[in-house]
Design a protein around this ligand. Structure first.
Ligand code: GSH
Length: 212
């Protein structure tokens, strides 16, 4: 049965699930969440995910949300991307939790405020605050990647797929790839994986679909 991933192109959190699906060899298809028209706020969507968030994965009777849990499920099904040893598996989780809390939550919010809100509604003080927090997270990631091809072990894991969730997007949100040499090299490694696709190619939905 084909796995369905409810997602949308602008969603870095969705990309964290779509990318390992694309690289895993599993049979899957993206299903567009019409997020900007309230598609995640309907009673039907709430029945699927009370958290009203994307992504959501459906595999037959199973429905799960939270990109990290979806990643774990892909690992359960394929044995891929979860770390080669129990120590590595813990390290993968460590980076996923860090990313969810310290990097992607701020990156997603900041990118939304800076790009997807009408210009007159963009809150300058909040943007400045989040930019500072996010730059500290980029520093942490860049330092961890010094001299390393991947965050954990010798190959790509869910740690990499989680932490890269927002970093391929072109819209401005304080991330300037060239400023972070180790992050830049690591993103190049991810882009070179067979089957890699940019979020806007992998999932339906693009800012140009809307009048901003
Ligand atoms: N920790 C969650 C975050 C999911 C998330 O916040 N997704 C965004 C779209 S990128 C969303 O649906 N936001 C709705 C909201 O914040 O109300 C995950 O990794 O799946």
């Amino acid at each position: 049965m084909t796995i369905r991933l409810h997602c949308f192109g602008e969603s870095g959190n969705s990309y964290k699930a779509a990318l390992p699906l694309a690289l895993s060899g599993l049979d899957w298809e993206p299903v567009k969440v019409d997020f900007f028209n309230g598609g995640a706020r309907t009673p039907e969507y709430a029945a699927m995910n009370v958290m009203a968030e994307a992504p959501v994965l459906e595999d037959g009777d199973l429905t799960i949300s939270q990109s990290g849990v979806i990643q774990m499920y892909i690992t359960e099904k394929t044995g891929k991307f979860g770390g080669a040893t129990p120590e590595e598996a813990r390290e993968v989780m460590r980076w996923c939790f860090w990313d969810n809390h310290k990097m992607s939550s701020q990156a997603g919010t900041l990118r939304f405020l800076m790009n997807f809100l009408p210009e007159e509604k963009r809150p300058a003080e909040v943007i400045a605050f989040l930019s500072g927090r996010l730059k500290a997270a980029f520093k942490t990631l860049d330092t961890a990647l010094e001299g390393r091809g991947w965050l954990v072990g010798e190959g790509p894991t869910n740690a990499d797929f989680s932490c890269c969730g927002y970093l391929f997007y072109p819209e401005p949100f304080t991330f300037i790839r060239e400023d972070w040499p180790s992050i830049d090299r690591w993103l190049t490694n991810i882009e070179a994986l067979p089957g890699w696709k940019h979020p806007y190619e992998l999932m339906p939905g693009h800012p140009s679909d809307r009048d901003l």
